[in-house]
Unconditional design. Structure first.
Length: 425
């Protein structure tokens, strides 16, 4: 695992940095700073999002009422940020206050300050010092990890060597070759770690309130295999939906544009329409199952002492089954297409954050939206509810679009008929 991390992490940081640079050409941010000498003194007070790019170190000592995104050789935050922080650097240091979340793709990342929400870091070396305080969760992928500070939520780490001496309010999940937990470490939740060797936990001075579970190497391999299979399934579903969406756009782009407009302008109506449609399609599925059972009953009656009753049941089930089965299958297809329309809607929302007047229903929007939906749908229990709501809303927008287009065609046909009925002059 360590060799893989050593190879993957720098490549991932470089890829993210290149991706970030590509986006800079499309950013519509209010404050963009580029240059060799970018400094924000304690007197700086900026009421907007800030984007900075420099090959030299950047120090932010002022106040930013918004998000702060920085790409430089070194980035240091000593001031206060009311939004989120996004750092792309060789070395990143946070010594100030961030009221949102903090994300860092760096070779070395040190937190000495406060983050009110969550932290996500991909780096070679991660250090949360004793002065560091995180309000919610920490997710870290790194080679060497040191946790000395306070974490208000869960702690999830994947690395080579992890040293834990801080205060963790939630659960801890660690995958590492070597795990060392020393005094005065406190874990208020459960400790779960995957490793080939047992963790080194001090007998005195370490408090673990929950359950400690060691997943050994063979068990970890099985779990990783399951995770790989799940990942392959998720990517396959995204790819299938992506290709299906592109195929649908070939003949139905105009319908899709109208459906997108309905979803944007009549979101609540689309949800209500989708809910009614799902109810009707569910009823059709129930009738399909019922008529299948009645067909067997009718066959049994026709073979027994009541052939007339059996014949009536067979006729009824034979007529109703194809209609109800078609309705049930159509409902499933409509829900799937509704999910794709919702992906376009979410993707358009994201693209507009970086680009003015983007092209409607683009491949980028579809792919981004499907990725976001896959992440949302992966949430246990709640994901199923969100999947149904999102698909129903998209399906409702499609029904409204079909109704709108048919209504327009009727008006056009009526106008054509009235023109044809006029006497020739």
């Amino acid at each position: 695992m360590s060799k893989a991390l050593t190879r993957i992490i720098p490549a991932f940081i470089a890829a993210m940095s290149c991706f970030f640079l590509v986006l800079t050409g499309e950013l519509s941010a209010s404050v963009i700073e580029k240059g060799d000498d970018i400094q924000f003194s304690p007197l700086h007070h900026i009421d907007d999002d800030v984007y900075t790019f420099s090959k030299n170190p950047i120090s932010m000592d002022g106040f930013i009422d918004g998000d702060f995104t920085s790409m430089a050789s070194d980035v240091t935050i000593n001031g206060e940020i009311t939004g989120n922080g996004n750092l792309f650097a060789i070395q990143s240091f946070h010594n100030g206050i961030i009221k949102g979340s903090l994300r860092s793709f760096s070779n070395s990342f040190t937190i000495n300050g406060r983050v009110d929400r969550s932290v996500m870091a991909v780096c070679t070396k991660f250090n949360l010092s004793g002065q560091g305080e995180i309000g919610r969760d920490i997710h870290v992928i790194a080679v060497d990890v040191d946790i000395y500070g306070t974490v208000g939520g869960d702690l999830k780490i994947k690395g080579k060597e992890v040293r834990l001496m801080g205060n963790i309010e939630g659960d801890v999940f660690i995958e590492a070759e070597r795990l060392i937990i020393s005094a005065p470490a406190v874990i208020h939740g459960d400790l779960t770690y995957k490793s080939a060797t047992e963790a080194q936990i001090d007998s005195f001075g370490v408090t673990i309130s929950g359950v400690t579970e060691w997943i050994k190497e063979n068990e970890a391999a099985d779990i990783e295999a399951d995770e790989l299979r799940n990942t392959v399934v998720i990517f396959s579903e995204i790819l299938a939906a992506f290709l299906f969406g592109l195929i649908l756009l070939i003949p139905g782009r105009n319908y899709a544009k109208v459906a997108y407009t309905q979803l944007k302008e009549k979101f609540a109506v689309s949800l209500a329409t989708g809910f009614i449609a799902v109810f009707l399609f569910g009823l059709a599925a129930f009738l399909a199952l019922l008529t299948s059972f009645l067909f067997l009953v009718g066959f049994a009656l026709a073979s027994g002492d009541t052939p007339i009753a059996g014949a009536m049941v067979l006729i009824f089930s034979t007529i109703i089954f194809p209609v109800s089965a078609f309705g049930a299958v159509s409902g499933g297809i409509l829900l799937y297409v509704g999910k794709i329309l919702m992906a376009f809607f979410i993707g358009m929302f994201l693209v507009r954050k970086f680009k003015k007047n983007p092209v409607l229903l683009s491949k980028t929007q579809l792919l981004l939206g499907l990725i976001v939906l896959a992440i949302i749908f992966a949430i246990p229990y709640l994901g199923i509810v969100l999947y149904l709501v999102g698909s129903m809303t998209g399906a409702g927008a499609i029904i409204l679009a079909i109704r709108k287009i048919k209504f327009k065609f009727k008006i056009d046909d009526a106008d054509s008929a009235s023109e044809d009925s006029k006497p020739l002059s």
